[in-house]
Design a protein around this ligand. Structure first.
Ligand code: ADP
Ligand code: MG
Length: 317
């Protein structure tokens, strides 16, 4: 069985860093900013077994997801991914698990030119914590506090499929491998290209990890505005077609784990945003409007508020 340093050398150290001055192997990695005004965006997201993923999930998809949720945060700021570190707690040195985990991790990392430059490896309950870093030009970050009165509210992709998988898994009815909703839970696609394209078009942005209504609530609160969503415009995933209306609403509006981008933009940018959707081959839906006041309302076709049992996910609620 491999020791800590063999595991690192075998599965995580891929030789001298290309994008950093110094990568894996010393006490710290060393990063040189590309220019004097470059802004570094830094984010950490942790995945705990049987809380953020199921222990029986394929290890390659756990590797993918551990990085994907971090790249999604970079995307939501409009940052260009550059580096990440990986803190890993493993119950045992299960080499076949680590090898598959690393393959899923590096496949996504390489697709986004994001380099592993350090980390920590220890024994403990299966936990993966990644800190990802990306660059932004000065002053263009898509912040949660930047929404303005009468902005349009947009969302990428389709909502609710990952939450359906989670619901079924928690109930002990794991969806079969070929079910399209399973991949949305196991391998979320971080919307990095969209985040970059929105740099000068969107005002506020956030990625949908907790649920559309809860995450829009974060934008509304930080921006000191209210928000109205139009249920008829929500891009509900087709895998929810057979669900009763109440559960379609719960999964699409409050389910979470979608890792789509939710953003606001001035109405004069509508055509430019639609053009980005067409260029990226990504559905972009205009789902609501920023208003005065506070809080998030979801309105049905008749303009009546839809009540949700809960707005989104909260680990301690
Ligand atoms: P120290 O304890 O002195 O900080 P470690 O022995 O924990 O250093 O790690 C040795 C080197 O390996 C460091 O450069 C560290 O960043 C790197 N490293 C450790 N674990 C990982 C990992 N899971 N992924 C990538 N690099 C790692
Ligand atoms: Mg260490």
């Amino acid at each position: 069985m491999a020791g800590e340093f063999e595991l690192i050398a075998r599965y995580f150290d891929r030789g001298p860093a290309r994008s950093a001055l110094l990568g894996i192997g010393d006490d710290c990695a060393l990063i040189v900013p590309p220019n004097a005004n470059a802004t570094l965006a830094v984010t950490t997201d942790m995945l705990v077994a049987d809380r953020h993923f199921f222990s029986q999930d394929p290890p390659a998809s756990v590797g993918h997801k551990a990085l994907a949720v971090n790249l999604s945060d970079l995307a939501a700021m409009g940052a260009s991914p550059a580096f990440f570190t990986l803190a890993l707690a493993l119950p045992e040195a299960d080499e076949s698990w680590v090898a598959a985990f690393a393959s899923g991790l590096f496949e996504l990392a390489d697709a986004h030119g994001c380099e592993l430059i350090g980390g920590d490896t220890t024994r403990g309950p299966l936990t993966l914590s990644i800190t990802a870093m990306g660059w932004l030009p000065e002053g263009v970050a898509l912040r949660r506090d930047a929404a303005e009165f009468e902005d349009d509210i947009w969302v990428s992709g389709e909502l609710g499929a990952a939450a359906l998988s989670v619901r079924e898994g928690l109930a002990g009815h794991r969806l079969p491998d070929e079910h399209p909703a399973l991949g949305r839970m196991l391998r979320p696609q971080p919307r990095v290209a969209l985040g970059l394209a929105l740099r000068h078009l969107a005002r506020a942005a956030i990625d949908i990890s907790d649920g559309l209504v809860a995450d829009l609530g974060h934008i509304a609160q930080r921006s000191r505005v209210g928000a109205d969503l139009d249920w008829s415009q929500i891009p509900v995933s087709g895998v929810l077609d057979h669900e009763p209306m109440k559960s379609r609403q719960a999964l699409a509006l409050a389910g979470g784990d979608d890792y789509e981008l939710l953003f606001t933009a001035a109405p004069e940018n509508r055509l430019a945003i639609e053009a980005i959707g067409a260029r990226l081959g990504l559905r972009l839906s205009r789902v609501g409007r920023i208003r005065a006041g506070e809080g998030v309302r979801v309105l049905d076709e008749r303009g009546h508020a839809i009540e949700l049992a809960r707005e989104g996910f909260d680990h301690f609620a």
